[in-house]
Design a protein around this ligand. Sequence first.
Ligand code: DQA
Length: 137
Amino acid sequence: KKLIIINGPNLNLLGKREPNIYGSLSFTEFLDTIKAKYPTAAIEHYQSNIEGELIDKIQEVGFSYDGIILNAAAYTHTSIGIGDAVKAIETPVVEVHISNTFGREEFRHQSFVSPNAKGIILGFGLQSYELAIQSFL
Ligand code: DQA
């Protein structure tokens, strides 16, 4: 299975950023463990802080990959463009969040990704990504 994790803004700071919410493990450390644990899955990772770059990547992989695991981070709550991209492609998208966004500020309760996601996994820390990967295997 060809899978890609697409991470949005500020997720490059995982491990350093608000560790009480997002944990103290960096994403590369986490990804190494996951890749070793699921050797049959070809798991790629892409991160950008730029909305248009995330849309470009969704379009690029969205007609050939088996699954997209998307944490659009803050753009989840603001980006109609990312929402439209998820709708436009053929590859199923599982929306992921590290934190339980429904237990946080009101502005995090809305998602432009959710209506067109295959499923949503949130609130399990970095394990949210692992559960999303399992859903594609
Ligand atoms: C997040 C939740 C978003 O509300 C926030 O803007 C993020 C990370 C999460 O994974 O919990 O940057 O997507």
